[in-house]
Each structure stands twice: as structure tokens, then as C-alpha cells.
Design a protein around this ligand. Sequence first.
Ligand SMILES: [Zn+2]
Length: 102
Amino acid sequence: MSAGVTIWRCASCRTGYFPEPLLCPKCHGGQFDTDRVTEAVIEEVSVIRHMIGQENWQPRRIANVRTPEGLYLTVGLRDQSGPGDVIELSEDGTAPFGQAKS
Ligand SMILES: [Zn+2]
């Protein structure tokens, strides 16, 4: 597990994106640097109760979250945080997760 989630930042105008765009919609630049975002506010939570082809599936909560600069990400929730809560972001492999700030 590593702290923060990867986003992409335009090399010329520094606007952040997730996922990586082909071209920056603002300045049409095509070069991006990776950056990390470490916290976000939960907008909405949903629960995935079933997954086709998966036995023994445990219900999982996922959240749509908004970063301080206004990017929207979908992350797995590791606790009972809800809408309006500020969470800490982390990555497990390439999967983004969030949990209440400790
Ligand atoms: Zn740009």
C-alpha cells in the first residue's frame, strides 16, 4: 500500500487530470507528469452487493470523491466514512482506496 493516488498533471499548464487525457483540454499540451493526491471529500457512497461470477463476495463500499482541486475519483472505502467526510487516499497496486483521516 502506498499513500496517495496517482493523477496526471499537464506539463505546460499544470492542470490535474484523472484518468490521463490524450491532450490537455485547456492548453492542448500532450505531455503529462504524474502527481499524487492524498485526500478527498466523499460525494456519494454506493455498495456493491453482488459480483457476477464471484462466490463468497463480501459487500464492498465504493465512493465518488472530489479532490481539493476538483478532480473526481472512484475509490474503494475501507471504513464507514460517508458523504461529506474527508478521507485519506492510498493505492493498493493500482487500485485506489480511501479511509477516514487518522
Ligand atoms: Zn495544459
